[in-house]
Design a protein around this ligand. Structure first.
Ligand code: ADP
Ligand code: MG
Length: 709
């Protein structure tokens, strides 16, 4: 392949950055002042979009896109498949004389009507009334996607049904951002804040991924169809030498990363940090945090771009949570915080006492939210891939707990024990001084094992699956924190003595919910036992976790905060169960094919070779016994018998499970019967791999897949 060198001398990064983004700067330049102002108002949630404004923006957007080579536009949306969807329309409009003009109206910008009958709706939309609408998300900028042959204008949109119900990942995210903003503003106002207008939830997702050689990938049906290996004996070397993590980035990978960054920067995505991860051939990319909505859109683009650029380098990017058994899997660290529109991070401890009071109040809200609603938070990280990580032999565990660090915990402990002086200040401004200690700046130590860790001025939710949209976890975080903040606000608003009220909220919350706080090693067995004693849920599988979507308290909180209705939640429950069932169904089908059409024939050929060898060696009088060949052949043959039997069982159990019509029962059967039997089959196949001559083995080994770059 021709090596593409990206030259940042003749293409200065500052000019490359955001080149393909219909950014604020572009809008400011291209739009009349009044229209620009109107759009800013809509973005800030202070005005409604009207068609006259949309008309002007559409024309400017089209001209900009066409100047940059675009021929098509698409409403880009995020159905519940977890992927993104797009349908392209060209700008052409025939003039009747064999010519065309290029057009794009405000109506086309604002609303689209894809034939959406094939997207999952969980019963919300019957296929005969397939109408689903896409609606322009004014808060996420349009962008140009460039491929080898052309340019398309992408317009981020929300996807809703005819009746206005959410059919996608964006709608609830936007609703949850409104919910947390409104609730946090109530609290801030009751604390005397008169300057902030909105509160914005922010996210910086760290994306982990694997790279494998395309040629090897093409030889493995499991990687191609399932994104993970269903077979594969562990290589003699794994990650035990810790020689990959933060190690020198090899040139081939560095080339990939450079082009990846280049593509992302053009889209205005702030790719910032990159490094080798723990497992061999595993890497990470982190952008700088953004508003949740934009961060979610950008993360989808990051995943897309990773796959696209990898292909250009004859590599395949694996985003699955567990592509390889025996080495670490991939996740996404979802760094989350909330800030005011005038720049106050509400989870920043700060150094002045008034801020401390505010900080401790918001901290208390997160503590209470995570403890009270941990099952739905756990749900938001559940998918079939993550079942190999959470609650399996790998970190983080399936138990949600929160890391605060020694110092912060001690501060809360002291407050609870009444060790801090209660003081005698009587004005609101003095609340902090009298009640709270000065917080040191960098007050958290590092803990890499906690699923939900305070990291200085944000929380890092580490359970998020690597392949999924980050919307789900952030919808949950925003919503449950909004719920608690509203409770706090109600208390504060009616309190005559705010000082006492704040103090009481922080202390009561800490006392009731401190069981969620754990600063030790979350990977240890002791913790599992201790968590059980504390009564913390340990929800080990996706099927079990999804149940939270339809539990009464979750429905109540989501309805109350206007994020998702009961019907929307139930539809999601069904869709995610179905998705789980379908994924395991594909995996099982693939495991059967590989065993029957690839592994078994390879093994029998090898046995035949050994048998032929034994015969020839004996006949030639070289060795009358051939003990080694005999032993090996019988071992392989015995395992082949076993494999054949177990694959037969897998086929049977799969057929039975496929026949279950109740989706809940079916998903459980996929987990308990099908998946369990797949493991039994795998175990035998992996033992065979260790015995059979390499040239006979039908697909590339772990050593080749993990150590060849
Ligand atoms: P780590 O040591 O875990 O890699 P970093 O400081 O590099 O931590 O940050 C990880 C991510 O957290 C980055 O994407 C960063 O932009 C993001 N981040 C920082 N501050 C915030 C914030 N206030 N809200 C959300 N994300 C944040
Ligand atoms: Mg991190």
């Amino acid at each position: 392949m021709e090596k593409k060198i990206i030259d940042f001398v003749s293409n200065p990064l500052t000019e490359v950055y955001g080149r393909n983004l219909f950014s604020d700067a572009v809008m400011k330049e291209k739009l009349p002042k009044s229209i620009y102002k109107a759009i800013k108002k809509v973005q800030a949630g202070e005005g409604e979009l009207n068609i006259e404004v949309a008309e002007v923006v559409a024309t400017a957007m089209k001209d900009w896109a066409i100047d940059n080579g675009a021929t098509h536009y698409t409403h880009w949306f995020q159905p519940l498949t977890g992927l993104t969807a797009e349908k392209h329309d060209s700008f052409i409009s025939p003039t009747g004389d064999g010519k065309v003009i290029l057009e794009f109206s405000g109506k086309e910008l604002v609303k689209g009507e894809p034939d959406a009958s094939s997207f999952p709706s969980g019963g919300i939309r019957n296929t005969f009334e397939a109408r689903g609408y896409t609606a322009w998300d004014v808060t996420s900028p349009a962008f140009l996607k460039q491929d080898n042959s052309g340019v398309t204008l992408y317009i981020p949109t929300a996807f809703v049904s005819y009746t206005g119900e959410a059919l996608d990942k964006k709608v609830p995210l936007l609703r949850s951002m409104d919910a947390v903003s409104a609730a946090a503003m109530r609290v801030l106002k009751s604390l005397g804040n008169t300057t902030s207008k909105r509160v914005i939830s922010t996210v910086g997702p760290e994306q982990e991924y694997f790279l494998v050689e395309k040629e090897l990938f093409a030889k493995r049906m499991d990687l191609q169809l399932c994104g993970r290996t269903l077979y594969g004996a562990m290589a003699p070397k794994g990650q035990e030498l810790e020689d990959h993590y933060f190690g020198t980035i090899k040139e081939r990978v560095a080339d990939f990363m450079r082009e990846l960054n280049y593509e992302l920067w053009k889209l205005g995505i702030s790719a910032k940090t990159q490094h080798n991860e723990v497992a061999p051939n595993q890497f990470e990319l982190a952008p700088i945090y953004e508003t949740s909505n934009i961060a979610a859109d950008n993360n989808q683009l990051v995943m897309d771009t990773m796959r696209k650029v990898a292909a250009r380098h004859d590599l395949v990017c694996l985003l699955h949570e567990k592509p390889f058994a025996g080495v670490n899997g991939s996740g996404k660290h979802n760094n989350w915080s909330i800030s005011t529109d005038d720049g106050i991070n509400l989870l920043e401890p700060g150094s002045n006492p008034q801020e401390n009071a505010q900080f401790l109040l918001f901290l208390a809200a997160v503590i209470k939210a995570v403890d009270s609603y941990s099952p739905i938070l756990r749900m938001s990280a559940a998918n079939s891939g993550n079942d190999h990580r959470l609650g399996a032999n790998e970190a983080p565990p399936a138990i949600i707990s929160m890391f605060l660090g020694e110092q912060l915990s001690e501060i809360l402990e002291n407050l609870a024990a009444g060790k801090a002086s209660s003081g005698s200040g009587n004005s609101f401004m003095e609340i902090g001084t009298s009640m709270l200690p000065k917080l040191p700046k960098d007050l958290t130590d590092r803990n890499r094992t906690s699923p939900f860790a305070f990291t200085g001025n944000k929380f890092e939710f580490r359970m998020v699956p690597s392949s999924e949209s980050i919307s789900g976890p952030n919808v949950v975080l925003n919503t449950i924190v909004a719920e608690v903040l509203n409770d706090f606000a109600s208390i504060l608003e009616s309190a005559s003595d705010k000082k006492t009220a704040i103090q009481k909220i922080v202390l009561d919350t800490y006392k009731t919910h401190k069981k969620i706080i754990f600063n030790g090693n979350n990977y240890s067995d002791d913790w599992v036992a201790e968590a059980e004693k504390r009564g913390l849920p340990n929800i080990k599988s996706t099927v079990a976790a999804l149940k939270a979507l339809v539990s009464d308290d979750v429905v109540k909180v989501f309805e109350k905060n206007k994020v998702l209705t009961k019907r929307e939640l139930h539809s999601r429950y069904e869709i995610y169960l179905e998705k789980y069932a379908k994924q395991i169904n594909i995996e099982a089908g693939c495991a059967i094919r590989m065993a029957k059409n690839e592994i078994l024939p390879a093994c029998t050929s090898f046995i035949k070779k050994l048998a032929d060898t034994i015969n020839s060696v004996k006949t030639a009088g070289i060795n009358a016994v051939c003990a080694a060949e005999h032993d090996l052949a019988s071992k392989v043959s015995a395992l082949v018998d076993k494999l054949y039997t177990e694959v037969g069982k897998l086929e049977k159990v799969l057929a039975t499970t496929q026949g279950i019509s109740d989706i809940e029962k079916q998903a459980i059967s996929f987990r308990d019967d099908v998946f369990a039997q797949m493991l039994a089959v795998r175990q035998i196949a992996d033992s065979l791999e260790l015995l059979v001559e390499k040239s006979y083995w039908p697909f590339p080994s772990y050593s080749e897949l993990l150590f060849n770059l």
